[in-house]
Design a protein around this ligand. Structure first.
Ligand code: FDA
Length: 312
Protein backbone atom coordinates (compact mmCIF):
# COMPACT_ATOMS: atom_id res chain seq x y z
CA UNK A 1 0.00 0.00 0.00
CA UNK A 2 2.66 2.50 1.03
CA UNK A 3 4.72 2.24 -2.16
CA UNK A 4 1.56 2.76 -4.24
CA UNK A 5 0.62 5.83 -2.21
CA UNK A 6 4.11 7.23 -2.44
CA UNK A 7 4.30 6.79 -6.18
CA UNK A 8 1.00 8.67 -6.56
CA UNK A 9 2.12 11.43 -4.22
CA UNK A 10 5.47 11.95 -5.92
CA UNK A 11 3.89 11.72 -9.34
CA UNK A 12 1.63 14.65 -8.36
CA UNK A 13 4.57 16.62 -6.94
CA UNK A 14 6.63 16.00 -10.06
CA UNK A 15 4.14 18.18 -11.93
CA UNK A 16 4.59 21.16 -9.62
CA UNK A 17 6.32 24.01 -11.43
CA UNK A 18 7.24 25.74 -8.16
CA UNK A 19 8.88 22.66 -6.70
CA UNK A 20 10.77 22.11 -9.94
CA UNK A 21 12.07 25.69 -9.75
CA UNK A 22 13.25 25.36 -6.16
CA UNK A 23 14.81 21.95 -6.80
CA UNK A 24 16.50 23.08 -10.02
CA UNK A 25 17.98 26.04 -8.16
CA UNK A 26 19.45 24.09 -5.27
CA UNK A 27 19.69 20.50 -6.44
CA UNK A 28 22.86 20.46 -8.52
CA UNK A 29 24.78 23.65 -7.90
CA UNK A 30 27.60 22.17 -5.82
CA UNK A 31 29.33 18.79 -5.87
CA UNK A 32 27.59 18.07 -2.55
CA UNK A 33 24.09 19.20 -3.61
CA UNK A 34 21.29 16.71 -2.92
CA UNK A 35 20.32 15.77 -6.50
CA UNK A 36 23.90 14.72 -7.24
CA UNK A 37 23.36 11.56 -5.29
CA UNK A 38 21.21 10.26 -8.16
CA UNK A 39 22.26 12.44 -11.11
CA UNK A 40 25.82 12.55 -12.39
CA UNK A 41 25.68 16.20 -13.45
CA UNK A 42 24.16 18.51 -16.00
CA UNK A 43 26.76 18.02 -18.77
CA UNK A 44 28.07 15.10 -20.83
CA UNK A 45 31.55 15.83 -19.46
CA UNK A 46 30.32 15.22 -15.90
CA UNK A 47 28.57 12.00 -16.96
CA UNK A 48 31.74 10.78 -18.67
CA UNK A 49 33.72 11.52 -15.52
CA UNK A 50 31.19 9.51 -13.47
CA UNK A 51 31.38 6.65 -16.00
CA UNK A 52 35.17 6.60 -15.73
CA UNK A 53 34.94 6.38 -11.95
CA UNK A 54 32.53 3.43 -12.24
CA UNK A 55 34.76 1.71 -14.77
CA UNK A 56 37.63 2.07 -12.30
CA UNK A 57 35.48 0.19 -9.75
CA UNK A 58 35.11 -2.73 -12.20
CA UNK A 59 31.67 -1.79 -13.54
CA UNK A 60 30.31 -0.68 -16.88
CA UNK A 61 27.83 2.10 -17.63
CA UNK A 62 25.00 3.29 -19.81
CA UNK A 63 24.65 7.05 -20.19
CA UNK A 64 21.19 8.55 -20.17
CA UNK A 65 20.63 12.15 -21.21
CA UNK A 66 17.60 13.01 -19.10
CA UNK A 67 14.45 14.28 -20.76
CA UNK A 68 10.94 13.04 -21.44
CA UNK A 69 7.48 14.20 -22.48
CA UNK A 70 8.85 16.62 -25.05
CA UNK A 71 5.69 18.07 -26.59
CA UNK A 72 7.05 20.03 -29.58
CA UNK A 73 8.86 18.80 -32.66
CA UNK A 74 11.52 21.50 -32.14
CA UNK A 75 12.12 20.21 -28.62
CA UNK A 76 12.45 16.66 -29.94
CA UNK A 77 14.92 17.77 -32.59
CA UNK A 78 16.95 19.59 -29.95
CA UNK A 79 16.99 16.40 -27.82
CA UNK A 80 18.12 14.41 -30.86
CA UNK A 81 20.97 16.85 -31.50
CA UNK A 82 21.94 16.63 -27.85
CA UNK A 83 22.06 12.83 -28.13
CA UNK A 84 24.23 13.02 -31.24
CA UNK A 85 26.58 15.35 -29.36
CA UNK A 86 26.63 12.88 -26.46
CA UNK A 87 27.59 10.07 -28.85
CA UNK A 88 30.46 12.21 -30.18
CA UNK A 89 31.58 13.06 -26.65
CA UNK A 90 31.58 9.39 -25.61
CA UNK A 91 33.64 8.47 -28.68
CA UNK A 92 36.10 11.27 -28.04
CA UNK A 93 36.45 10.19 -24.41
CA UNK A 94 37.19 6.60 -25.40
CA UNK A 95 34.84 5.07 -22.82
CA UNK A 96 32.48 2.16 -23.46
CA UNK A 97 29.73 3.01 -25.97
CA UNK A 98 26.36 2.41 -24.38
CA UNK A 99 23.41 4.80 -24.09
CA UNK A 100 19.79 4.70 -22.96
CA UNK A 101 17.00 6.96 -24.21
CA UNK A 102 13.26 7.56 -24.04
CA UNK A 103 10.95 7.82 -27.04
CA UNK A 104 8.87 10.67 -25.59
CA UNK A 105 12.10 12.64 -25.40
CA UNK A 106 12.42 12.18 -29.17
CA UNK A 107 8.88 13.45 -29.77
CA UNK A 108 6.63 10.39 -29.47
CA UNK A 109 3.85 12.46 -27.88
CA UNK A 110 3.90 15.01 -30.68
CA UNK A 111 4.26 12.69 -33.67
CA UNK A 112 5.28 9.03 -33.81
CA UNK A 113 6.84 9.22 -37.29
CA UNK A 114 9.11 12.09 -36.22
CA UNK A 115 10.17 10.22 -33.10
CA UNK A 116 11.10 7.20 -35.21
CA UNK A 117 13.01 9.47 -37.63
CA UNK A 118 14.89 10.99 -34.71
CA UNK A 119 15.74 7.59 -33.33
CA UNK A 120 16.98 6.46 -36.72
CA UNK A 121 19.24 9.52 -36.92
CA UNK A 122 20.72 8.51 -33.60
CA UNK A 123 21.14 4.89 -34.69
CA UNK A 124 22.77 5.95 -37.96
CA UNK A 125 25.55 7.54 -35.94
CA UNK A 126 25.56 5.03 -33.08
CA UNK A 127 25.44 1.74 -35.00
CA UNK A 128 28.62 2.06 -37.09
CA UNK A 129 30.48 3.28 -34.01
CA UNK A 130 29.51 0.11 -32.14
CA UNK A 131 27.16 1.69 -29.58
CA UNK A 132 24.49 -0.29 -27.82
CA UNK A 133 21.26 1.73 -27.56
CA UNK A 134 18.64 0.79 -24.97
CA UNK A 135 15.12 2.17 -25.38
CA UNK A 136 13.81 2.78 -21.85
CA UNK A 137 10.20 1.86 -21.11
CA UNK A 138 7.87 4.66 -20.03
CA UNK A 139 4.36 4.54 -18.59
CA UNK A 140 1.72 2.17 -19.94
CA UNK A 141 0.15 4.42 -22.61
CA UNK A 142 3.52 4.02 -24.39
CA UNK A 143 4.16 0.30 -23.90
CA UNK A 144 2.62 -0.93 -27.14
CA UNK A 145 4.06 1.81 -29.32
CA UNK A 146 7.54 1.46 -27.77
CA UNK A 147 7.56 -2.27 -28.47
CA UNK A 148 6.31 -1.62 -32.01
CA UNK A 149 9.03 0.92 -32.71
CA UNK A 150 11.61 -1.48 -31.31
CA UNK A 151 10.37 -4.31 -33.49
CA UNK A 152 10.24 -2.16 -36.62
CA UNK A 153 13.88 -1.20 -36.12
CA UNK A 154 14.72 -4.84 -35.45
CA UNK A 155 13.07 -5.81 -38.75
CA UNK A 156 15.21 -3.15 -40.44
CA UNK A 157 18.23 -5.05 -39.23
CA UNK A 158 19.29 -3.06 -36.17
CA UNK A 159 20.78 -5.48 -33.68
CA UNK A 160 22.64 -3.17 -31.31
CA UNK A 161 19.38 -2.12 -29.68
CA UNK A 162 17.49 -3.35 -26.65
CA UNK A 163 14.26 -2.71 -24.85
CA UNK A 164 12.84 -2.84 -21.31
CA UNK A 165 9.99 -4.84 -19.76
CA UNK A 166 8.29 -3.94 -16.46
CA UNK A 167 7.16 -6.81 -14.23
CA UNK A 168 4.30 -4.74 -12.77
CA UNK A 169 2.39 -4.87 -16.08
CA UNK A 170 0.15 -7.91 -16.64
CA UNK A 171 1.13 -8.04 -20.31
CA UNK A 172 4.87 -8.27 -19.76
CA UNK A 173 5.17 -12.05 -19.43
CA UNK A 174 3.58 -12.41 -22.86
CA UNK A 175 5.81 -9.69 -24.30
CA UNK A 176 8.80 -11.49 -22.86
CA UNK A 177 7.99 -14.71 -24.76
CA UNK A 178 7.82 -12.72 -27.97
CA UNK A 179 11.05 -10.79 -27.40
CA UNK A 180 12.92 -13.95 -26.44
CA UNK A 181 11.73 -15.61 -29.65
CA UNK A 182 13.09 -12.62 -31.62
CA UNK A 183 16.43 -12.88 -29.86
CA UNK A 184 16.13 -9.34 -28.52
CA UNK A 185 18.05 -8.05 -25.53
CA UNK A 186 15.72 -7.25 -22.64
CA UNK A 187 16.31 -5.24 -19.48
CA UNK A 188 13.92 -6.43 -16.78
CA UNK A 189 12.69 -3.85 -14.22
CA UNK A 190 9.83 -3.74 -11.74
CA UNK A 191 8.38 -0.52 -13.22
CA UNK A 192 8.81 3.04 -12.01
CA UNK A 193 5.41 4.52 -12.90
CA UNK A 194 2.11 4.69 -11.11
CA UNK A 195 -0.17 2.46 -13.15
CA UNK A 196 -3.91 1.70 -12.90
CA UNK A 197 -5.12 -1.71 -11.76
CA UNK A 198 -6.59 -2.37 -15.19
CA UNK A 199 -3.06 -2.88 -16.51
CA UNK A 200 -0.75 -3.49 -13.56
CA UNK A 201 -0.32 -5.36 -10.29
CA UNK A 202 -0.85 -3.02 -7.35
CA UNK A 203 0.68 -5.13 -4.58
CA UNK A 204 4.45 -5.20 -4.25
CA UNK A 205 4.33 -8.95 -3.55
CA UNK A 206 2.68 -9.54 -6.95
CA UNK A 207 5.17 -7.31 -8.77
CA UNK A 208 8.04 -9.15 -7.08
CA UNK A 209 6.57 -12.59 -7.85
CA UNK A 210 6.22 -11.64 -11.53
CA UNK A 211 9.78 -10.28 -11.50
CA UNK A 212 11.11 -13.57 -10.12
CA UNK A 213 9.19 -15.60 -12.73
CA UNK A 214 10.34 -13.37 -15.57
CA UNK A 215 13.98 -13.31 -14.57
CA UNK A 216 14.10 -17.12 -14.66
CA UNK A 217 12.59 -17.19 -18.16
CA UNK A 218 15.01 -14.47 -19.25
CA UNK A 219 18.07 -16.19 -17.88
CA UNK A 220 17.09 -19.47 -19.50
CA UNK A 221 15.74 -18.30 -22.87
CA UNK A 222 16.86 -14.67 -23.24
CA UNK A 223 19.71 -13.06 -25.12
CA UNK A 224 22.25 -11.47 -22.77
CA UNK A 225 19.54 -10.13 -20.44
CA UNK A 226 19.90 -7.32 -17.93
CA UNK A 227 18.53 -8.00 -14.47
CA UNK A 228 17.94 -4.41 -13.37
CA UNK A 229 17.07 -4.17 -9.68
CA UNK A 230 18.47 -3.17 -6.28
CA UNK A 231 16.40 -5.80 -4.54
CA UNK A 232 18.72 -8.29 -2.81
CA UNK A 233 15.99 -10.95 -2.83
CA UNK A 234 15.60 -10.76 -6.63
CA UNK A 235 19.36 -10.66 -7.08
CA UNK A 236 19.69 -13.84 -5.03
CA UNK A 237 16.96 -15.55 -7.04
CA UNK A 238 18.90 -14.69 -10.22
CA UNK A 239 22.22 -15.85 -8.81
CA UNK A 240 20.75 -19.11 -7.61
CA UNK A 241 18.88 -19.79 -10.86
CA UNK A 242 21.99 -19.10 -12.94
CA UNK A 243 24.11 -21.32 -10.69
CA UNK A 244 21.74 -24.29 -10.69
CA UNK A 245 21.14 -24.04 -14.46
CA UNK A 246 24.78 -23.61 -15.43
CA UNK A 247 24.27 -20.13 -16.84
CA UNK A 248 27.70 -18.50 -16.83
CA UNK A 249 28.38 -15.05 -15.35
CA UNK A 250 29.21 -13.80 -18.86
CA UNK A 251 25.71 -14.58 -20.19
CA UNK A 252 23.83 -11.81 -18.37
CA UNK A 253 24.41 -8.65 -16.39
CA UNK A 254 23.00 -6.93 -13.35
CA UNK A 255 22.08 -3.29 -13.71
CA UNK A 256 21.54 -0.64 -11.06
CA UNK A 257 20.91 3.08 -10.97
CA UNK A 258 23.63 5.61 -10.24
CA UNK A 259 23.91 6.29 -6.53
CA UNK A 260 21.61 3.47 -5.35
CA UNK A 261 22.89 0.52 -3.30
CA UNK A 262 26.55 1.16 -4.04
CA UNK A 263 27.37 -1.52 -1.46
CA UNK A 264 25.48 -4.14 -3.43
CA UNK A 265 27.05 -2.98 -6.70
CA UNK A 266 30.49 -3.59 -5.23
CA UNK A 267 29.57 -6.96 -3.72
CA UNK A 268 28.38 -8.23 -7.09
CA UNK A 269 31.55 -7.07 -8.85
CA UNK A 270 33.66 -8.73 -6.17
CA UNK A 271 31.70 -11.94 -6.70
CA UNK A 272 32.58 -11.88 -10.41
CA UNK A 273 29.28 -10.63 -11.87
CA UNK A 274 28.94 -8.04 -14.59
CA UNK A 275 27.37 -4.85 -13.27
CA UNK A 276 26.24 -1.94 -15.41
CA UNK A 277 25.29 1.37 -13.85
CA UNK A 278 22.68 3.63 -15.42
CA UNK A 279 24.22 7.11 -15.36
CA UNK A 280 21.62 9.87 -15.81
CA UNK A 281 22.71 13.42 -16.57
CA UNK A 282 21.37 16.65 -18.05
CA UNK A 283 19.36 19.67 -17.07
CA UNK A 284 15.96 17.94 -17.23
CA UNK A 285 16.54 15.81 -14.15
CA UNK A 286 13.47 16.69 -12.06
CA UNK A 287 10.94 13.95 -13.09
CA UNK A 288 13.62 11.22 -12.87
CA UNK A 289 14.65 12.53 -9.48
CA UNK A 290 11.05 12.52 -8.22
CA UNK A 291 10.58 8.89 -9.30
CA UNK A 292 13.62 7.94 -7.22
CA UNK A 293 12.15 9.74 -4.19
CA UNK A 294 8.82 7.99 -4.72
CA UNK A 295 10.51 4.60 -4.59
CA UNK A 296 11.96 5.25 -1.18
CA UNK A 297 10.35 7.97 0.93
CA UNK A 298 13.34 7.88 3.32
CA UNK A 299 15.18 9.74 0.57
CA UNK A 300 12.97 12.74 1.23
CA UNK A 301 14.60 13.40 4.60
CA UNK A 302 17.97 13.31 2.92
CA UNK A 303 16.76 15.87 0.36
CA UNK A 304 15.15 18.14 2.95
CA UNK A 305 18.40 18.15 4.93
CA UNK A 306 20.19 19.01 1.68
CA UNK A 307 17.90 21.93 0.87
CA UNK A 308 18.23 23.34 4.38
CA UNK A 309 22.00 23.09 4.16
CA UNK A 310 22.09 24.75 0.71
CA UNK A 311 19.94 27.66 1.83
CA UNK A 312 21.63 28.09 5.18
P1 FDA B 1 12.46 -2.20 -4.92
O1 FDA B 1 11.74 -0.94 -5.25
O2 FDA B 1 11.71 -3.31 -4.29
O3 FDA B 1 13.71 -1.82 -4.03
C1 FDA B 1 14.58 -2.79 -3.48
C2 FDA B 1 15.61 -2.10 -2.59
O4 FDA B 1 16.44 -1.27 -3.40
C3 FDA B 1 15.01 -1.14 -1.58
O5 FDA B 1 14.64 -1.80 -0.41
C4 FDA B 1 16.16 -0.16 -1.37
O6 FDA B 1 17.14 -0.72 -0.53
C5 FDA B 1 16.75 -0.05 -2.74
N1 FDA B 1 16.18 1.07 -3.51
C6 FDA B 1 15.31 0.97 -4.54
N2 FDA B 1 15.02 2.20 -5.02
C7 FDA B 1 15.71 3.07 -4.27
C8 FDA B 1 15.83 4.49 -4.26
N3 FDA B 1 15.18 5.26 -5.14
N4 FDA B 1 16.65 5.06 -3.35
C9 FDA B 1 17.34 4.31 -2.46
N5 FDA B 1 17.25 2.95 -2.41
C10 FDA B 1 16.45 2.35 -3.30
N6 FDA B 1 11.78 1.64 -14.75
C11 FDA B 1 10.96 1.81 -15.80
O7 FDA B 1 9.75 1.87 -15.62
N7 FDA B 1 11.48 1.91 -17.07
C12 FDA B 1 12.81 1.80 -17.31
O8 FDA B 1 13.23 1.88 -18.46
C13 FDA B 1 13.68 1.61 -16.21
N8 FDA B 1 15.03 1.53 -16.38
C14 FDA B 1 15.82 1.15 -15.30
C15 FDA B 1 17.17 0.88 -15.49
C16 FDA B 1 17.94 0.39 -14.45
C17 FDA B 1 19.39 0.08 -14.68
C18 FDA B 1 17.34 0.19 -13.16
C19 FDA B 1 18.13 -0.38 -12.02
C20 FDA B 1 16.03 0.51 -12.96
C21 FDA B 1 15.26 1.02 -14.01
N9 FDA B 1 13.92 1.34 -13.81
C22 FDA B 1 13.13 1.54 -14.91
C23 FDA B 1 13.39 1.54 -12.43
C24 FDA B 1 12.70 0.32 -11.90
O9 FDA B 1 11.48 0.09 -12.57
C25 FDA B 1 12.38 0.49 -10.40
O10 FDA B 1 11.53 1.58 -10.24
C26 FDA B 1 13.60 0.70 -9.51
O11 FDA B 1 14.67 -0.08 -9.95
C27 FDA B 1 13.28 0.30 -8.05
O12 FDA B 1 12.91 -1.03 -7.97
P2 FDA B 1 13.87 -2.21 -7.46
O13 FDA B 1 13.84 -3.28 -8.47
O14 FDA B 1 15.20 -1.69 -7.13
O15 FDA B 1 13.13 -2.82 -6.21
Amino acid sequence: MLPALSKAFFHALSRSGTLKKVASRYGMRRPTSFARRFIAGETAAEAIEAARALDARGMTHTLDLLGESVSSLEGAEAATRAYLATIDAVMAAGIERNISLKLTQLGLEADKASAVDNLRKILERADPAGFFVRIDMEDSPYTEVTLNVFETLWQYGHRQIGVVLQSDLYRSERDLQHLNALGARVRLVKGAYREPKTVAYQRKADVDAAYARMLKVLLTDGTYPAIATHDPVMINVAREWARTHNIGQDRFEFQMLYGIRRDLQTTLVNDGYRVRIYVPFGREWFPYFMRRLGERPANVLFVLRGITAERG
